[in-house]
Design a binder for this molecule. Sequence first.
Ligand SMILES: *Cc1c(COP(=O)(O)O)cnc(C)c1O
Length: 396
Amino acid sequence: MKETFSQLLQLDRDFVLPTYGRELMLVRGEGAWVWDYYGNKYLDFGMGISVCNLGHCHPGVVQAITEQAGRLMHCSNLYHNEHQARLAATIAGLSFGGKVFFCNSGAEANEGMIKFARRWGSRNGERSEIICASNCFHGRTLATLAATANTKYREGFAPDMGGFVFAEYNNLDAVRNAITANTVAVMVEPVQGEGGVHMASKEFMQGLRQLCDEKNLLLLLDEVQSGMGRCGHYFAYQEFDIVPDAMSMAKALGNGFPMGAFTIRSEYGSLFAPGVHGSTFGGTPLACAASLAVFRAMEEEKVIDNVRQMSQCLLTKLNELKQEFPLIKEVRGMGLLIGVQIGDKVKELQAACQKQHLLVLTAGGGVLRLLPPLKVSKDEIDLACQRLREALSSLV
Ligand SMILES: *Cc1c(COP(=O)(O)O)cnc(C)c1O
């Protein structure tokens, strides 16, 4: 027997931990579109928080998952699986030729990257402290919470894990002043997502690279949100002509199949040996088949070219709206990771967008965050901006 909508909500209230504020129930997706329980259709400019970057239920990914599910889903990392090796080589080829560790989420990828930095530090002057940036977000596990700037996420979960300090984002002097004899690494997002859509400047990123070289520190990049084509490159750091020592990724890596990874420069590979780090579910045949299909589609469908074109188009349209609505203070972003600075009314605006059947996100500091599918069309951008305009009008 099928429950009614309100019966399902009651089950949710009774049995699901109330860690999310939500009302919509989505049942189906295709490309840039999702449908709710009642069959209402929404244009999705959030894409499950930049996870379904190629669109909901991308046929190539669906096919890869379906085929692999019937062949071998999981075999544990006690055994090789062909897709994992292929996928690692693909990631290495599209980034900096390093070695990859597979896991299941962004936080877990960052945890692994932090463990890498500490292990390297243990053999290079007994150093362990990592400098993170203001407004950064690295995840919800205890280590990544301690590495996250906003203390509201940590409330009630004391004691904080030690070993992290913070310096102002895009301020090289602040980072330099935070370095002590115990510093081992600097960890940043090339473009901050959750923290409010802030882009690193080229001077900052190149300065960080130089500073880390000078002081013998590791440069760790969290590309969980900014990577996988979102910012108009496979990975956002590629905009800055630098190479990090390590990089984490997740979110869109499986286009909806849970998947995370971190990669380190190959010269550090010998820090790891059997037993040093691990994950039961990391890099299953199923997850890796999904991710290989993602990379295949990104190339075949020239996804990154589309991101660059549509980025211009969306930014232009949003700046037109800014002329019309003083509520919009600023429009900024890189590729299709776009922030519209609103202020206090941002939650209200997000709700108004949903009334217009447009799904959008918010970010720290009163920002409306737009994460359209990377294959978004001009027509879909026009429609989204039309709906955003209606939403803005309804607030005025
Ligand atoms: C989403 C996000 C994370 C956390 O990823 P989870 O998969 O939720 O653990 C970490 N870093 C950044 C930059 C993110 O956007």
